[in-house]
Design a binder for this molecule. Sequence first.
Ligand SMILES: [Zn+2]
Length: 204
Amino acid sequence: MKCNVAVVYMHDHLDGDLAREEMKQLQQHLSECPSCYTRYESLERTDALVRALPIEKAPDDLSARIMKSLPSRRRPAAWTSWVRRHPAVSAAAIFMVVMLSSFVSMWNQSQEFSVSGPDLEHVIIEGKNVIVPEGQKVSGNLTVVNGDVQVLGDLDGNLTVIDGHLTPLASTAHIAGEIKTIDRAVDWFWYKVSSFFGTLAYGS
Ligand SMILES: [Zn+2]
């Protein structure tokens, strides 16, 4: 399959209009073509965002107008025609999605790195890397903010990683408590996005 055909199939799929056989071809292409895969992922996110527009909160005539302008079921590539009819909302949605990645990395850079726990003696800290070494036993909880965590040994408590990165656990690793990863930047961003679209709908 060529990339331009794959893009048409992606839109059809997001509209729910893609036949099973074509779906297989698309999946095949996405597994071989990284650039189409990336494109598909961002289309999917934009699609979810557009669907999440708080239509029910909007004034009645606005929802009626939106419902009327929605393309009919059988029309091919309906999603693209929706985008063409609503360029402002679509551009805003795409802009938001594109901003997310740069925003998250900016946020993570601005956060202070910190490690806390009752037993840091047995933890290796190199720059922003926090390592529980193989064969080592660390007692109590371990909390890392804005760092890379790698567990090769034993942790006798909970592991919490905030705005950081947890390397998949090594086979030698053992964590007695819970593992939690929290991304505050993403939560905050989605809160902002939804309140932004809330204002848009009310204001129209
Ligand atoms: Zn491709």
